[in-house]
Structure formats: structure tokens, C-alpha cells
Design a protein around this ligand. Structure first.
Ligand SMILES: N[C@@H](CCC(=O)N[C@@H](CS)C(=O)NCC(=O)O)C(=O)O
Length: 258
């Protein structure tokens, strides 16, 4: 059986879980310990990130690469559109969602849960996150156009790519605009079994996340600041947040695989 190294609140892991369920693939979700100290996860993914997928001898990291693998190995039902231009469109949506969209949502978590800044600095950074999410949602609404799904006629990777981030943005009350096309799309997608199960598992993991947050804030474990996230933090005015996190050992950077 396929094993998914999982953290239910991770948007990247959610993408893979929704795809596995949609494709009807039998899998075991194994809860990973982030921040080091999980040899199983380290074997599956030298970056120490979730998601990682183990299929017999095959070990794959990175949610986008895992989705492509699932589509290649289990093509039915297809979750990518068939026309080359549509496939490229969906992959571009995924690129924006996994990059700047995720980074702005993650920035809000750093501020609201991990209390990385306070006072005027925190207010300015939250405003920046809201501005970024608003701009990205405008772009997403144009991508959706008059389609029911980002993927096209049917639900697929285009939708899986957007859901985890729009869901977080909605929790933080940053988006989507009430009554708009993205809100209608979100309602449509939330009604799917794959999404309901993924959301229910994420809600059930909230207490565990608070415990991990406590460990990170006390310096027992570290949050990974990488690529888009790190860039967002610096761009949003959080250079001191990074400096402080490095000094007090609550932040780690990515390390090359060895
Ligand atoms: N590009 C990767 C990103 C995965 C990622 O950053 N996962 C986060 C959880 S949301 C993680 O495991 N971080 C490791 C850590 O915080 O120690 C993907 O698409 O799978």
C-alpha cells in the first residue's frame, strides 16, 4: 500500500491527499514529526518536509512531483486536462499557489500563531499579506473565468492546487469576496468527499499543531524558512523576524540533500 508521510495541516500534504482519494488509491497516511527527529520521514525525503510518498521501493518528495507521479501511474480518473495548453495553464496556477499564495498565508500563521512580530510591525505585515492575497485572488478569479473548475469542466489538479490556500485565506478572513466567483467555487469544492475528509483531518490535527507551535516558540523545534516564505518575510518587512529567529534557534533553512 502507498504510504503518505503527512501533516494534516500542511497545504502541500493536503494536495496529495485529495488527489489520492479522488483517484481511489489505497493509502496509509503516516503522521510525520517536523522539525527533525523523524527518521522515517528523513528516509522518505532528504529535505525533511511533508508530503513524501512511498510506493514500494519508490520514494518521492515535493507535492507537485507526487501529483505528476500519481497521474502517470494511475491515469484514471484523469486529474489533468488533456489539451497541452490547459495542462500548462493548470501547472501555472499550481506554481502561483504553491509559491506566493502559500507564502502570504504562511506569513499570517507566523504572525498570528507564532507571534513573530507585534505592534505596528505586525499590523504592517498583516496588511501586506492581505494585499498580496487580494492581488492573487484577482488573478485567480480571472483564471477561473466562467468555468466551474480551474481544471476545466471537471475537478482536477487545477482545483487541488488552489483549495488548500484559499481555504487558509478564508480562515484568516482575507478572501474570497462574498458572493464572488471564488466563493462559489470554494463552496462547490468543499462539498466533495475528498475535500471534506481532508478538512476534517486537518481540524482534528489542530491541537497537535498548537503543541508543536509551543515547542517551536520555546526553541525545542524549528520552523523551516525557505524560498518563497523567506522572500515574503523579508519583503513584508520581517528581516528582524528572520534575524531574531536565527539567533534564538526557532528558524531553520533548507539543507541540500546528502
Ligand atoms: N515544495 C514542497 C514544499 C513542502 C513543505 O514546505 N512542507 C512543509 C510543511 S507545509 C514542511 O514539511 N516543512 C518542514 C519543516 O517545517 O520543518 C512541496 O510542494 O511538497
Amino acid at each position: 500500500m502507498v504510504v503518505l508521510h503527512d501533516v494534516a495541516l500542511s497545504p502541500y500534504a493536503q494536495k496529495v491527499k485529495i488527489a489520492l482519494i479522488e483517484k481511489g488509491i489505497d493509502f496509509e497516511a503516516r503522521v510525520a514529526q517536523l522539525g527533525g527527529g523523524d527518521p522515517d520521514l528523513a528516509r522518505a525525503n532528504p529535505r525533511g518536509e511533508v508530503p513524501a510518498l512511498v510506493d514500494g521501493e519508490v520514494r518521492i518528495f515535493d507535492s507537485s512531483i507526487i501529483l505528476e507521479y500519481l497521474e502517470d501511474k494511475w491515469p484514471t480518473p484523469p486529474l489533468l486536462p488533456s489539451a497541452p495548453a490547459d495542462r500548462a495553464r493548470v501547472r501555472m496556477i499550481e506554481e502561483v499557489c504553491d509559491g506566493p499564495f502559500e507564502a502570504a498565508c504562511w506569513g499570517m500563521t507566523e504572525l498570528l500563531v507564532f507571534k513573530r512580530a507585534d505592534g505596528a510591525a505586525a499590523t504592517a505585515m498583516q496588511a501586506r499579506a492581505a494585499q498580496d492575497v487580494g492581488a492573487i485572488c484577482g488573478w485567480l478569479a480571472r483564471q477561473l473565468g466562467d468555468r466551474d473548475y480551474f481544471n476545466g469542466v471537471d475537478f482536477g489538479f487545477g482545483d487541488i492546487a488552489v483549495f488548500p490556500y484559499l481555504q487558509i485565506a478564508a480562515l484568516y478572513k482575507l478572501a474570497p469576496a462574498e458572493g464572488g466567483p471564488l466563493a462559489a467555487w470554494l463552496d462547490r469544492v468543499r462539498a466533495r468527499d475528498s475535500v471534506r475528509r481532508t478538512v476534517a483531518e486537518a481540524k482534528a490535527a489542530l491541537d497537535g499543531f498548537r503543541a508543536v507551535a509551543g515547542k517551536i516558540m520555546s526553541g525545542e523545534a524549528q520552523r523551516q524558512y525557505r524560498d518563497h516564505r523567506l522572500e515574503w518575510m523579508v519583503r513584508a518587512g520581517g528581516l528582524d523576524v528572520v534575524r531574531h529567529g536565527v539567533d534564538n534557534g526557532t528558524i531553520r533553512f533548507s539543507t541540500p540533500p546528502s
